[in-house]
Structure formats: C-alpha cells, structure tokens
Design a protein around this ligand. Structure first.
Ligand code: ATP
Ligand code: MG
Length: 230
C-alpha cells in the first residue's frame, strides 16, 4: 500500500496510448514539488485530461514511470493511491440530498461544524446561507439551483474536508460571473495551501496564481515555467 505521503509527483519519460496505433502522450517528463501548484494549459485534444487521469492510475502507461514521493504508483494498490489524492472534475459531482450531505460526501465522520468550517474557508458559506434552507437545502443530481461556480465551491469544501496531499482539478469551463469567480479564486487559494496540485486551468486568475504553468500540445510538454517566464 501507499504510505502517507508528502506529495512529490514525478513523470519519467511517460508514453501512453488509448489504442496501440495512436500515441497520445509522448515523453512526458517533469517533477512536481511538494506544495506547489501546477496549471496545465493547451489546446483541445492536447492530452491535458489524460495526464491528470494517469496520476490516479485510471489507465496503465505504455512506458516510463510515474512516482509519488519516489514510489512507482504501479507498485501500490489503486485504493491506497487514490486515498492520497482529491480529484475534482469539470462537472462537479452533486447527488440528491442536502448541501450538508454533499459536502460531507466521502468523509462520513465529519461533524456539521467541520462541514461549515470547511465551507467558510473556501468561501462557499455565504452563498449556501443565501439558499432557502441553508445547509439543509435539497439539491438533485443535476445540481439544479446551483450554478457551475457554486457546484465548484461545494467540491472545494468537500476536498478540503478530505485533506489530500495531492489535488487534481479540472476547472469548470462554463461562464462564471465575476463575483463567483472572485470567490472561486479566494477559495481555491485556501484549498491549495500545503498541497501539490494540478489544475487544468481555463481562467487567467488561476493561471496567474499557479507556481508553474505547463503548456501541453500534441501529447508533449512544449513549455514549462512561471507566469512571468512564459
Ligand atoms: P480538452 O481541452 O478538450 O479537454 P485534453 O487536452 O484534455 O482536451 P485529452 O482528453 O487528454 O485532451 O485527449 C487527448 C487525446 O486522446 C485526444 O486525441 C482524444 O481524442 C484522445 N482520447 C481521450 N480520451 C480517450 C479515450 N477514452 N479513448 C480513446 N481516445 C481518447
Ligand atoms: Mg480535457
């Protein structure tokens, strides 16, 4: 099993294909340092989602190595690997139930107070208190009544409760109003503290606040550096 980790992530000359004939990732090589935030950008079909899916071992790579804290992820169980990471996909997962239950999802032992504290930390509390029944407001799977930005704030609170060392975020692409964008930016900054993170970034504010930007095209890292360097 994967021991508790600090959160260093290394790709060593990783190649990957979904089908044998079409190479998707070609020689991906980088070291992500503990606690730093990596923005992944690039055109559609570049391989961004594929890279982040490989970190939680949704697929097996063709060659190369992926290491976490120096341990090859193929040598540990998938369950123990995924326990160390929080994954937030573009369409934040909401199920039928209350807002409270949705944030608590996956952390059954969290108290109401802990849920509310997490929501406050990531700037989700105010919008939740604005709903008709606050934390007891019922939402359904399609997240009706919640905007894409609000769903993302719920997923931030959920991720904060889980407290993983590695965080993966595929940012929502839907249009988000300026007010919510400011909340997301603040909430995200709090959530990222002391974690290694990979964010497929669509918003300039996220890109600017990342410690490093990876520009992916054609399954390769074309450029890597800080916002000022690129
Ligand atoms: P986008 O910005 O549109 O989300 P992306 O950079 O995330 O694009 P990927 O989803 O990683 O791109 O896809 C990279 C390549 O792999 C594309 O050519 C895509 O068609 C292909 N691909 C993605 N998922 C699969 C799959 N499950 N089976 C086969 N091919 C796939
Ligand atoms: Mg994608």
């Amino acid at each position: 099993t994967m021991p508790d980790i600090k959160g260093k992530v290394e790709f060593k000359d990783v190649t990957f294909s979904y089908d044998e004939d079409a190479m998707i990732l070609n020689g991906i090589d980088f070291t992500a340092n503990v606690g730093e935030s990596y923005a992944i950008v690039g055109p559609t079909g570049a391989g961004k989602s594929t890279i982040i899916n490989l970190i939680s071992r949704f697929y097996n790579i063709d060659s190369g190595q992926i290491l976490i804290d120096g341990v090859d992820i193929n040598t540990v169980t998938i369950k123990s690997l995924r326990k160390q990471m929080g994954v937030m996909l573009q369409d934040s997962f909401i199920f039928s139930g209350t807002i409270m239950d949705n944030i608590r999802y996956g952390n059954r032992e969290a108290s109401n107070e802990e849920v509310i504290r997490a929501a406050k930390t990531v700037c989700a509390h105010d919008f939740i208190m604005g709903l008709e029944n606050g934390y007891d407001t019922e939402v359904n799977e399609r997240g009706s009544r919640l905007s894409a930005g609000q769903r993302q704030l719920i997923s931030f609170a959920r991720a904060l409760l889980a407290d993983p060392k590695i965080l993966i975020l595929d940012e929502a692409t839907s249009s988000i109003d300026t007010e919510t964008e400011i909340l997301l930016q603040e909430g995200l900054a709090k959530l990222l503290k002391n974690r290694t993170s990979f964010i497929i970034a669509h918003r300039l504010s996220t890109i600017k606040n990342s410690s490093c930007i990876m520009y992916i095209d054609g399954g390769q890292i074309m450029e890597m550096g800080t916002h000022d360097e690129l």
